[in-house]
Design a protein around this ligand. Structure first.
Ligand code: ADP
Ligand code: MG
Length: 724
């Protein structure tokens, strides 16, 4: 379809009210985890001893023996085949934000021509996809392509259905022949282990006797946009780059604040119910959903789970979201900034650490100043975020997320920590050497007699903070909506491990020196506050005063773009952090720098090519077509003695001209390929290329506002965001 016709048929399809059939939802008890081979299912079909051995592996990370693996594999295969699966796949998590899978049949034909099925422990445990086409950041040359996938028994296998069949999916790690991590799961598991080791040391010093293994937990809030697929199909930028590269602001945007928590449109409700049913079948605990700030924007948040399982579930959630939206004639946009001028989408990563014996160590309880374990763990986070702020910025850096961070929008590209008044007060008191009873929130009185009084939280929320304490966890709010949560979780677990190791050393010295426990803990916290307290900030993170004060007075870094952020991976302190904790070797770390840099460059290049293409083949012809209509109108006006206002035509001619001048400049710019270093290439993309792309857009958007509506080829913001 060409020109305006695509746009008109998109609008017609929606106005004619195509209805999308929805499957009626089923009771939760019937569908919950029905497609997951979880512990209860396994218990039903393997021997008691095999189950016990397996459960021990899941709970403590102990090694699994071959015999048990065989038993589990056979049971898993029978279960999956009974549900219609003929194939199985190790699903893994390469260094892109996507997932990868290679499907293998259960079938093995024998010499009589009969098909038998086989699935042994060794097939379950190890797979060998050709790894050469996954980004590896020069960890392997393409001629040394061997890559292994290996089963992660701590994340349950599940069935993915399509209309025609089903496959057993087995969450796996992905490593090179030489044993290097090529994925996002291995570092996450290692970071959890490092955090556990360090936390055990601190807790033992604190006199705890019975200490179960500690695990990190994650609950991710996922924001996304939904638009009708007819519109997306008429916009190459949405299809290929996930965001609009052109589009004038609509007369009505989000300025009325009427979308946030508003009534959910029925079509979207129907989609959400279907989506959540799919998630329940997969054992993903979808918990809340609501409208977000921008029109067409929504959020879903599952209940929190162990970080490793939550990370796998997050990837699966994004896959299921896109597939379910398609069923409903919608496109789910997970891009961080699909529409300029409107709120972008983030993924708030809620994170805590704990175990079954000491509980959640980031839960202050009712009297935080007496909860010494909490003070130490919270202090450890403060130290880590301050010491490694640039690393936290680097793990969420992408071309897409740069449109949120560093732009005039939540949250800022300066990493600070929000604690809330009560905790900030306590930490400052410890710094000042005076401890006072802390102020609990007190009763909240709504002034309405029919409303029961309820307890107020001890601190308000701060939407402008990139890293906020929210009652019993930290919320890393700067993570982008399309990103894997693994990178942020690895960084948080690792900086926590590093800080806890440091704390253990200091604490040990003080305690061996004869200090009592409280004095020792307060002494350690005081040092943390002296050296790192400047990272704590409770004010408005968007304000210009903060941007100045953070950098000039507190020495924090403002890191606006990915080009500025990624080099943090090359810092000696970051290398030392990852090698000392055993999370990433220097080689593995370097490969991540290369991979993320390459992805940044590639995404900017794809966008630049789309800008050139759409401006040249869609927008310029529309402008010229309309200009010639105006030309005809001018001669008609002359013929009939009417006045013709030529300003509009002149504006269009001038915009079209300038747009194409910038298109030519952009073409030349992307032809350049000789760079002295990766860093130079990153900065070139961040500055030269994006500046030219923005220039082209300025003139294109001006054309959109001047060319006759009937002659405009691309669906407009007002249509995409408001027609349901
Ligand atoms: P908000 O009020 O921030 O929008 P939501 O209820 O939408 O909160 O989401 C909060 C997320 O934090 C949920 O995924 C929730 O399960 C998760 N969460 C709650 N407690 C913890 C915890 N202790 N550790 C990690 N995540 C948690
Ligand atoms: Mg939140």
């Amino acid at each position: 379809m060409s020109g305006n016709s695509a746009r008109v048929s998109a609008i017609n399809a929606i106005t004619n009210g195509t209805t999308y059939s929805a499957t009626p939802t089923e009771p939760l008890s019937k569908i919950w985890a029905c497609d997951v081979f979880n512990l209860p299912k396994m218990e039903e079909c393997v021997s008691k001893s095999a189950f016990k051995a397996f459960k021990n592996t899941v709970q403590t990370g102990a090694a699994l023996d071959g015999a048990t693996a065989d038993i589990v594999a056979a049971a898993m295969k029978d279960w999956a085949m009974a549900k219609g699966a003929k194939f199985f796949s190790h699903i893994f998590y390469p260094m892109t934000n996507a997932t990868a899978e290679k499907h293998d049949g259960f079938i093995i034909p024998n010499s009589e021509g009969n098909a038998i099925t086989e699935f042994t422990g060794s097939l379950l445990i190890k797979g060998e996809p050709d790894g050469s086409s996954f980004p590896n950041g020069s960890l392997r040359m393409t001629n040394a392509a061997r890559g292994y996938t290996a089963w992660d028994p701590t994340s349950p296998a599940y069935i993915m259905h399509t209309a025609n069949g089903a496959a057993l999916m087995i969450p796996s790690i992905f490593m090179s022949w030489t044993g290097e991590a090529l994925d996002k799961k291995i570092p996450l598991l290692r970071s959890n282990a490092a955090m556990n080791d360090a936390a055990q040391k601190v807790l033992r010093l604190m006199g705890e006797k019975d200490i179960a293994p500690l695990n990190s937990s994650c609950g991710a809030e996922q924001e996304y946009f939904l638009i009708d697929e007819n519109f997306a199909n008429a916009r190459p930028d949405l299809l290929l780059a996930g965001r609009t590269l052109f589009g004038a602001p609509p007369a009505k945007g989000q300025q009325f604040d009427d979308h946030y928590f508003g009534a959910i449109p029925e079509r979207v409700q129907v989609f959400m119910q279907d989506f959540e049913d799919q998630l329940y079948r997969l054992g993903i605990p979808a918990k809340t959903h609501h409208n977000e700030v921008a029109p067409g924007q929504f959020e879903i948040a599952p209940y929190y789970e162990s970080a490793n399982v939550a990370a796998d579930h997050q990837q699966l959630l994004m896959t299921v979201m896109k597939a379910t939206a398609k069923k409903h004639g919608l496109v789910a946009l997970l891009h961080e900034k699909p529409f300029a001028g409107l709120n972008g989408s983030g993924k708030h990563v809620n994170w805590s650490v704990g175990n079954s014996t000491q509980g959640n160590l980031l839960d202050p309880g009712n009297v935080p100043e007496k909860n010494l374990n909490f003070l130490l763990f919270c202090g450890a986070v403060i130290r880590g975020v301050h010491k490694f702020g640039p690393l936290l910025r680097a793990v969420i850096a992408s071309a897409a997320n740069d449109h949120r961070l560093g732009a005039n929008e939540a949250p800022p590209a300066i990493l600070s920590v929000y604690l809330g008044d009560q905790l900030e007060g306590i930490f400052n008191d410890i710094l000042a050497g005076k401890i006072s009873a802390s102020d609990d929130g007190g009763l909240m009185d709504s002034g309405l007699s029919q409303i029961l009084p309820f307890n107020r939280d001890p601190g308000d929320r701060n939407r402008t903070s990139p890293f906020a304490f929210t009652g019993n966890r930290f919320e890393f709010r700067a993570v982008g909506s399309s990103q894997s949560v693994s990178g942020p979780l690895v960084a948080m677990n690792t900086i926590l491990a590093d800080s806890l190791n440091w704390i253990a050393e200091k604490l040990d010295a003080k305690l061996s020196g004869g200090a009592d426990q409280t004095t020792a803990v307060f002494g350690v916290i005081k040092t943390i506050m002296e050296e790192h307290g400047q990272v704590i900030f409770g004010g408005d993170g968007y304000s210009t005063e903060w941007h100045t004060a953070a950098v000039e007075e507190r020495g924090l870094k403002n890191i606006p773009t990915t080009a500025d952020a990624l080099p943090a991976f090359k810092e000696d302190s970051v290398k030392a952090l990852f090698s000392s904790t055993g999370v990433l070797t220097p080689v593995e770390l370097a490969s991540r720098y290369e991979v993320y840099s390459e992805q940044y460059v590639l995404s900017i290049e794809v966008e630049a090519k789309l800008v050139i293409d759409m401006a040249t083949t869609t927008i310029y012809p529309a402008a010229m077509g309309y200009l010639s209509e105006l030309g005809a109108a001018a001669s008609a006006a002359a013929t009939f003695g009417a006045l013709f206002n030529s300003d509009l035509a002149k504006q269009i001619a001038s915009d079209a001209d300038k747009m194409m001048v910038n298109v030519t400049a952009l073409k030349d710019a992307i032809a350049k390929h000789d760079f002295d270093s990766t860093e130079a290439h990153l900065h070139y993309c961040a500055k030269s290329i994006t500046t030219l792309m923005n220039e082209v857009r300025v003139y294109a958007d001006s054309l959109e506002q001047n060319v006759a509506d009937s002659a405009w080829p691309l669906p407009k913001y007002s249509e995409m965001l408001f027609i349901k």
